[in-house]
Ligand binder design. Structure first.
Ligand code: ZN
Ligand code: ZN
Length: 150
């Protein structure tokens, strides 16, 4: 579900509204430990469950194969976990190497840990990454092709 947010750029005084999305990698239950990242250029957020072991990740992936074709953003970042899974013999997945590799392919931008509530975003007018979001003010109902079909 996208949220609408408003942001202003201190460099060029541009003010704009846009939508932000949160994607999930892993099951979203309230007691799942997650780390949250976002792309400062397109403000796509991703919440990643950190309690994956090999079996639970493969299980999750089987149920979310459509993610890999629906979104280049998800396909890339899920692919990083698949690579860890393939190169690690143990039961536990060493996700430590994952966090620094997360990337937004459409923007060609490394993801930043946290959310745009606390970090600057890129101004679409001047391109400087110093703009401040004023937070989300509306839930927007938009049909998306990446919507979870489960
Ligand atoms: Zn992006
Ligand atoms: Zn600007």
């Amino acid at each position: 579900m996208p949220w609408e947010f408003r942001a202003t750029c201190p460099e060029c005084s541009h003010e704009w509204e846009a939508l932000t999305y949160t994607e999930w990698i892993g099951s979203a239950t309230s007691d799942t430990p997650v780390r949250r990242f976002f792309c400062p250029d397109c403000t796509t957020h991703v919440s990643i469950a950190t309690d994956f072991d090999r079996a639970s990740f493969q299980n999750w992936l089987r149920g979310h194969q459509h993610y890999l074709t629906a979104s280049g953003f998800l396909a890339h970042n899920i692919g990083l976990i698949v690579a860890i899974c393939d190169s690690t013999p143990g039961y536990l997945l060493p996700l430590d190497t994952l966090w620094s590799q997360l990337h937004c392919p459409p923007c060609d931008t490394p993801l930043v840990e946290g959310s745009m509530d606390a970090h600057p975003v890129t101004c679409p007018n001047c391109g400087k990454c110093n703009a401040k979001s004023h937070g989300c003010h509306a839930h927007v109902s938009v049909l998306r092709d990446v919507d979870d079909q489960t």
